[in-house]
Write a protein that binds this ligand. Structure first.
Ligand code: MF3
Ligand code: CO
Ligand code: CO
Length: 404
């Protein structure tokens, strides 16, 4: 009870150093709300001589505060194995949950240490030091490349691998699976196919794919959180193979989800389908956003503005820039031989996004849910080829695709 610490209670405490009656409390223990026994001292001298061993009490308490957000035995193991929270662009780590004005119920969890890529896998230039060197300096940031038939064939191969990797991830999704386990499947399936997981160390991104749960819009970092019944989770896979990138994502249901989430995910799937259906030579890139905005707003949902589709090929991200919202100022018209992504992010509430302290995780400003689907596309002479399209082997995870 507050204000109830009387003299008799205090007088029962004995000095943690010499066992004499104690009247001083360690201020750090008070701050951390630790038990008064073991934190009491008779004099400053006893407090000082106890300090070198006593201070470990504070460290233990701070580590076990992590245990409160991660129920179960695994927490102390996680910390011992080097699982830590990610700060700013994956360049530093902390054992304590960072402070933030969280917008919804979701919180970050510790992330595992970096996964290795075997020497025989050909790596993009950011794999070693986290810094893309060719990509930001390429003229392909300004001009939209027309791929040669040989480049197109490599894009087909790469996107098929990316699709198979995403499908492998989709098959393990269920309550209790951590997003780190999804990342492990993506990492191992990518390497087994002889490819490099493009996100790994891209601008210091710490993992091999993005996993975006509930109010996360995109770029969620796989971590120790277990998926819960009723969650939605987007898995975004990009692989680099034979010098080309292939990029796609899907949003999955974890167990049984509420009706609004079901509608949000289906509407987002339809937004991407409708956008793809207008792709052909001569169409303006800015039309894509009109189609998506029309369908999303019709269902009462909003379109994310801060993240766009992009050109893709030998570069992960290049021209054209493809906004998904209406009345956008995207430049240019589609031409046969161009490859780019469309990847609408649709929110149940407001369109505005915020960034977590990790520098990657984009969340909705109001904490309501967000869904996304992405494909890598080729503009053909007559229309479009969905390079990352579903395969006969793809798992049946979307109820609206099941034939009656
Ligand atoms: N795959 C994402 C996209 O669709 C990009 C992820 S970059 C990362 O463009 F660094 F966050 F992985
Ligand atoms: Co993309
Ligand atoms: Co992607």
């Amino acid at each position: 009870m507050a204000g109830g610490s009387d003299a008799s209670e205090t007088s029962t405490l004995s000095c943690a150093q010499c066992r004499k009656p104690a009247h001083l409390q360690c201020p750090k223990c008070v701050e951390l709300n630790l038990p008064r026994e073991g934190a009491a001292f008779c004099t400053q001298d006893c407090f000082k001589s106890a300090w070198s061993s006593h201070k470990s009490v504070h460290v233990k308490a701070q580590l076990s505060s992590i245990a409160k957000v991660l129920p179960g035995d695994q927490n102390s193991d996680l910390i011992a194995e080097g699982w830590l929270y990610c700060l700013k662009k994956g360049q530093s780590r902390t054992p304590k949950l960072p402070h933030f004005d969280w917008t919804g119920p979701l919180r970050p969890y510790p992330i595992s240490s970096k996964r290795a890529v075997p020497g025989h896998i050909v790596k993009p230039d950011w794999a070693i030091d986290g810094i893309p060197k060719v990509e930001p300096n390429s003229e392909l940031q300004h001009v939209v490349e027309i791929k040669t038939p040989e480049q197109i064939e490599r894009m087909r191969e790469t996107c098929k691998i990316a699709r198979e990797v995403l499908d492998a991830a989709a098959r393990i999704i269920r309550p209790g699976v951590t997003t780190d386990e999804i990342d492990r499947v993506v990492h191992e399936a990518t390497i087994a196919a002889g490819a490099y997981p493009s996100p790994l160390n891209y601008h210091f991104f710490p993992k091999s794919c993005c996993t975006s749960v509930n109010e996360v819009i995109c770029h969620g970092i796989p971590d120790a959180r277990k998926l819960e019944d009723g969650d939605i989770v987007n898995v975004d896979v990009t692989v680099c193979y034979k010098g080309c990138h292939g990029d796609l994502n899907e949003t999955y249901f974890v167990g049984i989800v509420d009706e609004t989430s079901r509608q949000l995910v289906q509407c987002t799937y339809e937004c991407l389908e409708k956008a793809i259906s207008i792709v052909k030579p001569g169409v303006r890139f800015r039309e894509i956003g009109e189609v998506i905005n029309r369908h999303a707003s019709m269902s009462g949902f909003s379109v994310v503005r801060s993240y766009c589709g992009h050109g893709i090929g030998e570069l992960f991200h290049c021209a054209p820039n493809i906004p998904h919202y209406g009345r956008n100022k995207a430049v240019g018209v589609m031409k046969a031989g161009q490859t780019f992504t469309i990847e609408p992010m649709i929110n149940a509430g407001v369109w505005r996004d915020r960034m977590w302290p990790d520098g990657w995780t984009a969340v909705t400003a109001d904490g309501k849910r967000s869904a996304q689907f992405e494909h890598t596309l080729l503009v053909t002479e007559t229309g479009v080829e969905v390079l990352s399209g579903r395969l006969p082997s793809s798992p049946d995870v979307f109820p609206w695709l099941k034939e009656k």
